[in-house]
Design a binder for this molecule. Structure first.
Ligand SMILES: [Zn+2]
Length: 84
């Protein structure tokens, strides 16, 4: 849903060092977003932020393909990237 996990936000606030574990989107670009897909392959855009133990699948995507997956067609502007 494009929201930072609360635990991740706290860690970012407190960390002295950060090491990035890079993940790659299917297009080859750096993946910075994640979608959760239901067992039928449909991207979930509502519901609990954290869901452990289900049959859902998490897929890492670049921002462009994440926006496509969640149906966000608005043009990307700088404020959008940094204000959320
Ligand atoms: Zn991509």
């Amino acid at each position: 849903m494009g929201k930072l996990f609360p635990g991740s936000a706290r860690l970012l606030a407190l960390a002295d060092e950060m090491r990035e574990v890079r993940t790659v989107c299917h297009c080859g670009k750096k993946a910075t977003m994640v979608v959760r897909k239901s067992p039928n392959g449909k991207v979930q855009v509502s519901g609990d932020q954290v869901l452990v133990g289900g049959n859902e699948m998490y897929v890492s995507l670049c921002r462009i393909h994440w926006r496509e997956a969640v149906g966000d067609r608005k043009p990307i502007v700088e404020e959008e990237v940094f204000s959320k």
